[in-house]
Ligand binder design. Structure first.
Ligand SMILES: Cc1cc2nc3c(=O)[nH]c(=O)nc-3n(C[C@H](O)[C@H](O)[C@H](O)COP(=O)(O)O)c2cc1C
Length: 255
């Protein structure tokens, strides 16, 4: 395997630090933080750190290969880019950038239902080399419409989310007044002013929006109405009975 390192950012921690310096705190904390008191976040990372690799010295070794076959496709690494909502808040066109990078490096990119790039846009950019994560809408007709859109965009795998019955309790977001679009409190304005490159790029690009969901939203919602819309849009707890219609409609690979 041919490995080359970025000399400026050789580790994930270097990249994390770079992001912390480049984007406003409310956006960074949204991405970097976990639910509640980050208990699970620490547990997950601690468990990963416990993995030990045992070397076998003085033995013949034919080289290592990270390639993994998943859903009939051989990927170059056994991991991919997980679905993250509101990616465009961290950086304009973040979803598009990540989707293209995933194609280039032959790893899966999973587009979130609540992303800032639409199914169609990502389908076009990746020529269908993407997965789509579906949060189940309360209205079955809208679910079918999203499934049809994913199919028309050439999506490779539909990823069904059934473990988020309600919004997580994220104290940082409450403290930061994070909503869509972000509340313009004095504190947030000061944070934006401290990150001029982010501010200018976001200004040029335009406010991030829920691009896939946009067509189901009434025009010109104010912030309160948008919150209400999002609350009513999703079915929250997903009973098993919602599965068969999805399996019937989506002919492709389902995760
Ligand atoms: C800021 C943030 C936003 C997320 N948004 C979504 C989402 O829209 N859809 C989804 O299925 N999972 C979402 N997730 C969950 C991630 O896809 C992933 O499953 C989770 O972070 C666990 O993986 P990790 O341990 O690598 O962080 C989000 C996670 C974070 C931290």
């Amino acid at each position: 395997m041919d490995l080359s390192y970025n000399t400026n950012y050789p580790s994930i921690e270097d990249l994390r630090e770079r992001a912390r310096r480049r984007i406003p705190r409310f956006a960074f904390e949204y991405l970097d933080g976990g639910c509640n008191e980050d208990v699970n976040l620490y547990k997950n990372t601690a468990e990963l750190r416990e993995v030990e690799l045992l070397p076998y010295y003085l033995k013949q070794h034919s080289g290592s290969d990270l390639k993994t076959e998943l859903f009939g496709h051989v990927y170059d690494a056994p991991f991919g880019i997980a679905p993250v909502g509101l990616q465009g808040l961290m950086w304009p066109n973040a979803s598009e950038i990540l989707a293209k990078a995933a194609v280039k490096h032959n790893i899966p990119f999973v587009l979130s239902t609540v992303s800032t790039a639409s199914i169609e846009r990502i389908g076009e950019l990746t020529e269908g080399r993407f997965w789509f994560q579906l949060y189940h809408p309360a209205d079955n007709a809208l679910r079918d419409d999203m499934i049809d859109r994913a199919e028309a965009a050439g999506c490779e795998v539909l990823v069904l989310l059934c473990d988020v019955p309600t919004f997580g309790y994220r104290p940082r977001e409450i403290r930061n007044g994070l909503s869509m679009p972000p509340k313009m409190t004095l504190r947030n304005i000061l944070q934006i002013m401290g990150k001029p490159e982010w501010a200018i790029r976001t200004l040029i690009h335009g406010q991030p929006e829920f691009a896939t969901l946009k067509k189901y939203m009434p025009n010109d919602l104010n912030m309160k109405q948008l919150g209400l819309f999002m609350n009513q849009f999703f079915s929250k707890r997903m009973p098993e009975s919602k599965m068969p219609p999805i399996r019937d409609r989506w002919k492709g690979k389902l995760y």
